[in-house]
Structures are given as C-alpha cells and as structure tokens.
Write a protein that binds this ligand. Structure first.
Ligand code: PHE
Length: 354
C-alpha cells in the first residue's frame, strides 16, 4: 500500500475514533487501531520506501506530523477519560444525607415518645404535685436496713416473705438487695429530715423495684411503685383516706372511687389495702376483678411508731401516713391492658398506641 493522498482524512478518522472512546479499555483499543502496527498510519509509513527520495521526504514529514497529532490526541483523550472515570466513581459513592428514601429501602424516620410507664409516672407525679407533694427519689440498691430493718422488718421476720428479694451481697460488711419496694425512700427522707430539720414531709417517691416474682398478667419481677409519705402534726387516718380518694378521682376519673380494707404491713399501723373501682366493669363485677367490682392497687397506713423510733422522730410529736402502689398497675387499669408483660416486650404495635 502506498502513502494515502489524503493524510488529513486519515487524521480526521483517527480523531473521530479517539473522541468516541469512553473508557480506559476503549482508548487502549483505539490507540492500537489508529497508531499501532496494524494501523493505516503504520501501513502508510511502510509505503514510504516505494517513493522517490523527494516525495518520500515530503510524505515522511507529513506522516510524522500526522503521527504526532494522533498520538497527542490519544494521550489527551486518555487523560480526560481517567478524570471522567474518577468523577463518575466519586458521584456513585456520594451519600446524599438529605435524600428521602420513601418507604422502599428504609422507612421514614418517625418521632418516638416516652414509654407508657414513664408517661404514667409523670402523670401521677403531676397529680400529687398539684395536691402539694414534693417529688423525691432514692437508690435501687439498698442495704438490708433501709429495705427491711428500719421498716420494722427485722432479720428472719416472717413478713420478709411478702417481699421475695434479690440479694446482692449477703452478710458482711452489709447485706444489700435490689429494693423490693419504694418504702426505703421513706426512711431516707425521714433520716435526712431529722438531720436538716426538714419536717414536716409531704413527698411522693416514684421508682423501679425488684421482686423474685414469676412474670404473669398482673406481676413483673421488675416493676415501678410510687410511694407517698406525710409526716406532720395531727395527721389522722382520715387525711390518708381523703388523699387517696382525691388522687383516685383526679387520676382515673370521677366514676372511679377508692376504698381501704384492713391489711397488715410491718411499717404502718393501722394498715390497709388500697382498692379502686374496677375500671373494666365500673364496679359491676367481672372476671378481672373476680366479681368484686374492686381492684387492688397498693398498700397504705399510718406510719408505725417503731419506724419513727428507728429514724429518730418523736412519735409523740409527729404522726404521718404512707402509701405505696404500682405505677405499672395504674397504667394497666387506666388503659385496660390485659397482660402487664406487654409493658416490657417493646412491641411497637403495642407502644405506638399510647
Ligand atoms: N411497700 C408496700 C408494698 O410494696 C406498700 C406500702 C407502702 C404499704 C406504704 C404501706 C405503706 O407492698
């Protein structure tokens, strides 16, 4: 093959092929095609030998120019492609933090809310604060003294059976337990009041409690109570009953009332069980309330003088009442939750309803 007449056309063809290359692989193939051993350019160079010296010189110069142009174009395109590929890669791996992936891959974020037990605790606090109580808290790990001893429940007292306990450290230096009720917070408040001159006391104490109970529809081994304590002058059982009734109608509504039935607690005397109208049948009698029309919420009574003695308050000067009931049980009764275990299972279908 001779030298083509139109070397410009050869360059133009190469230029078009180079411009069409899209990837590193493309440009490698195109380079071989337009300037490699089998390219028209190489063939033309081989054809130079058959020319007269003058024509050969002229054609050789033009072919050299053409090769320089083509190789230049290939190099430039190669650089451009590298850059294009890099930006494509960066674009692909870019994360758009403002992107909304509606429903398909990830569900849109929803706003959470407080757990029903926390909502219930807050609502109970609100009612008592409205009645003039302060809110206090105490530790969940207690010594034997706070959980039992100061509450008139000495070691080996049969009443300890009412509060099956998780012991953390039996014996020396001091027995510690996960508190079985919020009543030990009463002891903390009274001891502090004796030191700081903080009497009288009107306080409620919400918090988590633990018992060695098997979970069932009405019991959880980890549960919540709210304790109440009033220590003042001339406090009577009527103050206790009145406080309980005002609280009951304020929290559960005007149709729900309270009643106190005689009971026994070592730290109150007299003691009572605190019951409310069954919220399921409104007092008619149903399975939930065992046909009685009443549901037990907790215990209460007048502070036993032995407890005053234990903390150093003079029972001849001061009297008081205390109560304690389940926050989880309140939530159950107010929202008619058949099985209390739903409160700990964290099933969204349940939690979302509140
Ligand atoms: N602490 C008792 C319980 O958990 C309830 C109670 C509190 C009883 C205060 C009387 C006074 O069962």
């Amino acid at each position: 093959m001779g030298v083509p007449d139109d070397i410009d056309a050869l360059v133009d063809e190469a230029r078009a092929a180079i411009a069409a290359a899209r990837s590193t692989e493309d440009i490698r193939n195109v380079a071989a095609l337009v300037s490699g051993k089998k390219s028209p350019l190489a063939a033309a160079s081989r054809g130079l030998g058959g020319l007269e010296p003058d024509a050969r010189k002229e054609a050789g110069r033009r072919l050299h120019e053409a090769r320089t142009t083509i190789e230049d174009l290939v190099e430039r395109r190669r650089t451009d492609i590298k850059f294009e590929e890099l930006s494509r890669q960066m674009e692909d791996s870019r994360v758009d933090l403002t992107e909304f992936i509606g429903g398909s891959i990830a569900a849109p974020a929803t706003r959470g809310h407080l757990h029903l037990v926390t909502q219930t605790r807050d609502a109970l606090e609100d009612v008592f604060v409205g009645m003039g109580f302060e809110v206090a808290e105490g530790p969940e790990i207690e010594t034997d003294w706070f959980n039992f001893g100061a509450l008139n429940i000495p070691p080996a007292h049969p009443a300890r059976g009412m509060w099956d306990t998780f012991y953390l450290n039996l014996g020396a230096p001091e027995t510690t337990v996960l508190r079985t009720h919020t009543s030990p917070v009463q002891v903390h408040l009274m001891e502090e009041a004796v030191v700081d001159g903080g009497l009288p006391i009107h306080a409620v104490m919400p918090g988590r409690c633990y018992r060695r109970d098997t979970p069932d529809a009405r019991h959880l081994p980890v549960f919540h109570q709210i304790e109440g304590l009033v220590v003042d002058k001339g406090i009577t059982f009527a103050d206790l009953a009145g406080t309980i009734e005002v609280f009951t109608t304020a929290y559960f509504g005007p149709d729900i009332h309270s009643r106190l039935r005689p009971a026994y607690f070592p730290f109150t005397e007299p003691s009572a069980e605190y019951e409310i109208t069954c919220t399921i049948c409104h007092g008619e009698g149903c399975r939930t309330c065992s046909q009685t029309g009443w549901i037990e919420l907790g215990g209460c009574g007048m502070v036993d003088p032995a407890v005053f003695d234990a903390v150093g308050i003079d029972p001849d000067q001061w009297t008081g009442f205390a109560f304690g009931f389940g926050i989880d049980r309140c939530a159950q009764m107010r929202h008619q939750i058949a099985d209390m275990r739903a409160l700990t299972e964290n099933d969204f279908r349940f939690l979302r309803q509140f």
